[in-house]
Ligand binder design. Structure first.
Ligand SMILES: NC(=O)c1ccc[n+]([C@@H]2O[C@H](COP(=O)([O-])OP(=O)(O)OC[C@H]3O[C@@H](n4cnc5c(N)ncnc54)[C@H](O)[C@@H]3O)[C@@H](O)[C@H]2O)c1
Length: 247
């Protein structure tokens, strides 16, 4: 039987990288697109069969090229994980239009472009999309307007797209809380960080999140087992958004 094919954006480091390894181990043909060449080359060497495309998810040509080459090579797309993301934390009075556009362009427009050009292929295969949002779509610290707006947009994009692509394609999102990705960066930036007891214990689940916590949910949402789930957001944050905090 031919392998199912999944495209993961921002799959060279962090949550995307661990998700790529998890899906490859689960029998998927994994295709990643990432703007970081060194990180992409490293992950392609580490995960057997993984195909890396260098590109920027906010650029139309990059997206079209990656999808065209992926389909030419593997003939199908069964899953899409819109994971590439970045944040810029600055007071709004200092945040430039270019910075605002860069955050929205990567986190939201990237998901739009990949979904748009993957949609016909996903429809053919009765596939699924998973968008990686954030608990910052629901709650905030100061100076995070661009990131929070992009993630809030991604939640609305998810339920709108779920209606548009139904019934062939299911579309869901995951909103991670604090996920420690320091051990999953490219080798030149990798760290084995030890977090304080307080950092861990503030979470009702008793610990900071791991990329594996997210990867497992992605694998489930892409699978037929999740066949009755679409248009939803799944918060994976160790319970932090359920914890009431009054000083
Ligand atoms: N780590 C967390 O605590 C956390 C919490 C909530 C949500 N998230 C979300 O999860 C996703 C992954 O985050 P992470 O922590 O693994 O980040 P990361 O920085 O470890 O990895 C992100 C990857 O995306 C790539 N990327 C960034 N912009 C790109 C672009 N324009 N085109 C192509 N590739 C690009 C980077 O090169 C990098 O390899 C993001 O959408 C992030 O907003 C992370």
């Amino acid at each position: 039987m031919e392998k199912r094919v999944v495209i993961i954006t921002g799959g060279a480091q962090g949550i995307g990288k661990v998700t790529a390894a998890r899906l490859a181990a689960g029998g998927w043909q994994v295709v990643i697109i990432d703007k970081d060449v060194d990180a992409g080359v490293e992950v392609a060497a580490a995960v057997e069969g993984l195909r890396f495309f260098h590109g920027d998810v906010s650029r139309l040509e990059s997206v079209q090229e990656a999808i065209h080459e992926g389909v030419s090579q593997f003939g199908r797309i069964d899953g899409l994980v819109n994971n590439a993301g970045l944040g810029i934390s600055k007071p709004i009075t200092e945040l430039s239009l270019e910075e605002w556009n860069r955050v929205i362009g990567t986190n939201l427009t990237g998901a739009f472009l990949f979904s748009k050009y993957c949609a016909p292929h996903l429809k053919d295969r009765q596939g699924a999309i998973v968008n990686i949002a954030s608990t910052r779509a629901y709650m905030s610290e100061p100076n995070t307007e661009a990131y929070s707006a992009s993630k809030g947009g991604l939640l609305a994009f998810t339920h709108a797209l779920a209606m548009s692509l139904a019934p062939e394609v299911r579309v869901n999102s995951i909103s991670p809380g604090w996920i420690d990705v320091t051990a999953h960066q490219k080798s030149s930036e990798r760290e084995e960080k030890t977090w304080s007891r307080e950092d861990h214990e503030q979470h009702p689940a008793g610990r900071i999140g791991l990329p594996e916590d997210i990867a497992e949910m992605v694998a489930y949402l892409l699978s037929e087992k999740a066949g009755f789930i679409t248009g939803q957001d799944f918060v994976i944050d160790g319970g932090m958004t359920r914890r009431m905090i009054y000083v």
